[in-house]
Write a protein that binds this ligand. Structure first.
Ligand code: NDP
Ligand code: 8X3
Length: 257
């Protein structure tokens, strides 16, 4: 097992759900955290909690991963003692709507593609050269079961997560021969703010997604993220699909009511 104490971990989308839960798991192991998201006030609350509970060193940055220049500037502008990122958790992502393609809302498509694919690439492009220079580092991409199978209405979201899966493999090949590791953690249904975002704040609709079933919790995924990062250096977890016991396929969910 690899010791994560004092490792510098950059987490995108740390203001909620899987990113936030991962910050907690890394903090428990003594990692130093760079937390990024648009809602910086949430990051600051999380930072205060982690500092108090785990004596964590935390840096919070307000960042929209869709803004390539801002991403570059944020990474280049990291204070020297934070600049050598050991682990990048590419987690920021979202879905919008479930419309059929013929009824699709273009703005939703742009937002998903810009965040889930282009945002992930921008952050990786800014961080990976440093890892290559140091011949050390680990990139963990948060994919999805949606990157393994299509479900009705998933269309563009599915396409973005298929892209993440493709990019995960591509990164693995592009760093081949170095000591850098690349992992994709691909969750099924997890109860976070994901559905609230998909349905633009419609809490009733979001709640129904998880009703009568036992979905994954953000912490379940965070544990897998941290586990993959703490394997010995010669072990690379390439792709891990994790679903709730109640979910056998994207559109096959056991509901008790
Ligand atoms: P949440 O909505 O709870 O969290 C999403 C996070 O992404 C937030 O912290 C949000 O921060 C951040 N984010 C969104 N857009 C941007 C942006 N443009 N720039 C920076 N940060 C952004 O959902 P989850 O925790 O569930 O989602 C995390 C990842 O997990 C996503 O990639 C999602 O696709 C994936 N996933 C989720 C599953 C689920 O069922 N929940 C299953 C499979 C995969 P802020 O708004 O403050 O910027
Ligand atoms: C999120 C899980 O099945 O709603 O990636 O697409 S799903």
């Amino acid at each position: 097992m690899q010791n994560l104490k004092n490792k510098i971990v950059l987490i995108t989308g740390a203001s909620s759900g899987i990113g936030q839960a991962s910050a907690v798991e890394f903090a428990k192991l003594g990692a130093k955290l760079v937390l990024a998201a648009r809602r910086k006030e949430r990051l600051d609350v999380l930072s205060a909690k982690l500092s108090k509970e785990y004596k964590s060193e935390v840096l919070t940055i307000s960042l929209d991963v869709r803004d390539q220049k801002a991403v570059q500037k944020a990474i280049e502008g990291l204070p020297a003692e934070w600049a050598e990122i050991d682990i990048l958790l590419n987690n920021a992502g979202l879905s919008r709507g479930l419309e059929k393609i013929q009824e699709g809302i273009i703005q939703n498509w742009e937002e998903m593609i810009d965040t889930n694919i282009k945002g992930l690439l921008y952050v990786t492009r800014a961080v990976l050269p440093g890892m290559i220079q140091r011949n050390a580092g680990h990139i963990v991409n948060i994919g999805s079961i949606a990157g393994h199978e299509i479900y009705p209405g998933g269309n563009v979201y599915n396409a973005t997560k298929y892209a993440v899966r493709a990019l995960n493999k591509a990164m693995r090949m592009d760093v081949f021969g170095s000591d850098i590791r690349v992992t994709s953690i691909d969750p099924g249904m997890a109860e976070t703010e994901f559905s609230l975002v998909r349905f633009r704040g419609d809490a009733e609709k979001a709640k129904k997604v998880y009703q009568g079933t036992r979905p994954l919790q953000a912490g379940d995924i965070a544990e897998a993220v941290v586990w993959s990062c703490s394997r010995p250096p010669h072990v690379n977890i390439e792709d891990m699909v994790i679903t709730a016991t109640d979910q056998a396929a994207a559109a096959m969910v056991n509901r008790k009511q």
